[in-house]
Design a protein around this ligand. Structure first.
Ligand code: F6R
Length: 608
């Protein structure tokens, strides 16, 4: 999604704005721009595509000025052209915006009827035009901003520069996050702590409905009625300061290889390895008193939730209903009896997940959030936060966030089993012991399978369609594998429950459609092998991801067999997701795609 940054500095800010925008690149964007105030005048540079194009513009025609705003745009209304790129200007007003102004066409019609000339296809331009028209009518900056915010509807984070208010930036938030940063004689504004990390870790997050006038001396924050409000200053988590690729080619590769470490951090937060027991934090929802659990999330976080459902039902006898958040929020489902709800999100800002959370909150459910960004809106609105300690995830494709979400889910399911009396102490100790081995096993798997997967990926990159099959938690990994492959390599991929094969997808099987079967030697193994036979009998090429016992038990000919160590069934999803990630990663590298920022995708999806 779009990224916003603003700086009131003591030196020319354009290069600093571009650097800050680079730290927001991971969110996904397709054009960018900066505007500054210099000698009381606004000026801007904008460019289509990557930030390098904006840098080229700035090199040929530099921008002066110690106060400025910048933006990376992920197009919603209007194509990603230079003309539609932010900042948008109107009569001495400059605006950058993240989100959607829902009533933009109404406002545009009204302003056009009064003679306004619109020059872009964006919803954002109405904010600049509206603000300019209110200033023209004689309102003060504060009055005009307040009136504008009371007219526009939708989800937005906004930053504004106004000629005449030369040392000032105005920010507003209703949905997508916006943080004010405090420096020494300097002030900052940004979509997240990562953007501001080299400048400051002293931060105030605006709340929904807040807007702020920032100048060199500080910030004054107001609510939507114009009343002054106090918001806490906090230290951003230091991990945000260290965001680089290290020795890796891509953030995604780095994040895949970080998994043993971050998985162990997350597990250590929830379980005490020495006693073999789950810590109290995992019991902050009283699982013994709930009849059922609701889970909602999007994309990969949803798949973490599906595996979590599997574990809660199996180990704690707790029925779970799960849905993708974009459906969950609109289902108007009744929520009777005693229930709790869990929402899963790396960014903690996903609009549909947040809306689902609010729906459950309104219905009185106890809300737990499994989130990676601790200052996020979802974390702040939940009753209980179950953090994942993955550190900043920059690659658009989620990898380490998933294994950390699974680590948290495993501990929560064990806590629920203990609370509900479905697990006895010995079982809990055995499960915690199995979990404690997961980071070490993950490390050795990552160190050993890479050459085979790289060779295989070269082959896979020649195909246009791929099918993934699995049963149980491996069915979820099949869907996750298909999602990973399609989003970064643009190869069409589908994940299916292996048992569903003969209900339709088998019609697709031929030598041009490789079938990736994820089947460790678990209780589903024999059945999945039968499905593999069906594929082989129709000339399908099989890539078999299994464990040592599975490899020994199968005699089927495959295009490639990837053999992982035998592991406890609880730990399987944490380990079997690794070859799935690496296969997608290396295939994308062979295809030459933009692995960390695949086309059309955004990291933090703050619009629905
Ligand atoms: C896939 C991926 C997305 C996210 C989804 C939810 O690799 O990254 O599907 O999982 O957009 O995002 P969060 O977890 O931030 O709510």
């Amino acid at each position: 999604m779009c990224g916003i940054v603003g700086i009131i500095g003591n030196q020319p800010v354009a290069p600093l704005l571009v650097d800050a925008l680079k730290r927001l690149e991971y969110r996904g964007y397709d054009s960018a721009g900066v505007a500054t105030l210099h000698d009381g005048k606004l000026d801007r540079r904008r460019a289509e595509g990557k930030l390098i194009n904006l840098e080229t513009e700035l090199t040929s025609t530099p921008l002066e000025g110690n106060v400025g705003i910048g933006h990376t745009r992920w197009a919603t209304h209007g194509a990603p052209t230079q003309n539609n790129a932010h900042p948008h200007f109107c009569e001495g007003v400059a605006v950058v915006h993240n989100g959607i102004i829902e009533n933009f066409s109404e406002i545009r019609d009204e302003l056009s009827a009064r003679g306004a000339q619109f020059t872009t296809d964006t919803d954002t331009e109405v904010v600049a035009q509206l603000l300019a028209s209110l200033l023209r009518s004689g309102k003060s900056t504060k009055e005009a901003m307040l009136a504008t915010l009371n007219i526009i509807r939708g989800a937005y984070a906004i930053a504004v520069l106004i000629e005449g208010e030369n040392g000032q930036i105005i920010g507003a938030r209703n949905g997508p996050p916006l943080a004010v940063g405090y420096g020494k004689g300097e002030m900052f504004l940004g979509s997240d702590a990562i953007a501001l990390s080299p400048f400051t870790d002293d931060i105030t997050y605006l709340e929904d409905g807040d807007w702020a006038i920032i100048d060199r001396n500080g910030v004054e924050i107001f609510d939507i009625e114009g009343n002054s409000v106090e918001r806490a200053r906090r230290k951003a988590f230091t991990a945000y300061a260290q965001v680089d690729k290290g020795n890796h080619r891509h953030f995604m590769e780095k994040e895949i290889y970080e998994q043993p470490e971050v998985m162990s951090h997350t597990l250590a937060h929830y379980v005490d390895f020495s006693s073999g027991r789950v810590r109290d934090i995992a019991s902050e929802i009283d699982f013994s008193s709930v009849d059922s659990l609701k889970i909602a999330a999007c994309g990969t976080a949803y798949y973490a939730g599906q595996i979590g459902k599997n574990w809660f039902e199996r180990y704690a006898g707790l029925p779970v209903e799960i849905d993708v958040a974009s459906e969950f929020r609109y289902r108007e489902m009744p929520l009777p009896g005693s229930q709790a709800a869990l929402f899963v999100s790396q960014s903690g800002e996903t609009a549909d997940t947040l809306a689902s959370l609010r729906y459950c909150k309104e219905h009185g459910l106890k809300i737990g959030a499994i989130v990676n960004v601790r200052e996020s809106t979802i974390a702040r609105e939940a009753d209980v936060v179950f953090p994942t300690l993955a550190g900043p995830e920059i690659g658009v494709a989620s990898t380490k966030a998933l294994t950390c979400q699974l680590s948290a889910f495993a501990a929560l399911a064990i806590a629920a089993g203990r609370a509900r009396g479905t697990l006895v102490e010995d079982e809990e100790v055995n499960m915690v012991r199995a979990l404690s081995e997961a980071p070490r096993i993950a490390g050795s798997v990552l160190n050993t399978i890479q050459p085979q997967l790289e060779t295989l990926s070269r082959e896979l990159s020649k195909f246009r369609h791929v099918l993934y099959l699995g049963r149980g938690t491996n069915y979820t990994l099949a869907m996750e594998g298909a999602l990973k492959l399609k989003e970064i390599s643009y190869i069409h991929a589908e994940g299916y429950a292996a048992g569903e094969l003969k209900h339709g997808p088998i019609a697709l099987i031929d030598e041009n459609m490789p079938v990736i079967v994820i089947a460790p030697h678990d209780r589903h193994f024999e059945k999945t092998i039968s499905n593999m036979q069906e594929v082989a009998a129709r000339g399908g090429r099989i890539i078999f991801i299994t464990d040592e016992n599975g490899a020994a038990a199968s005699t089927l000919e495959t295009m490639s067999t990837i053999v992982l160590p035998n592991v406890d069934e609880l730990v399987m999803p944490l380990i079997f997701t690794l070859p799935v990630q690496l296969l997608a990663y290396h295939t994308a590298v062979f295809m030459g795609t933009d692995v960390d920022q695949p086309r059309n995708l955004a990291k933090s999806v703050t619009v629905e």
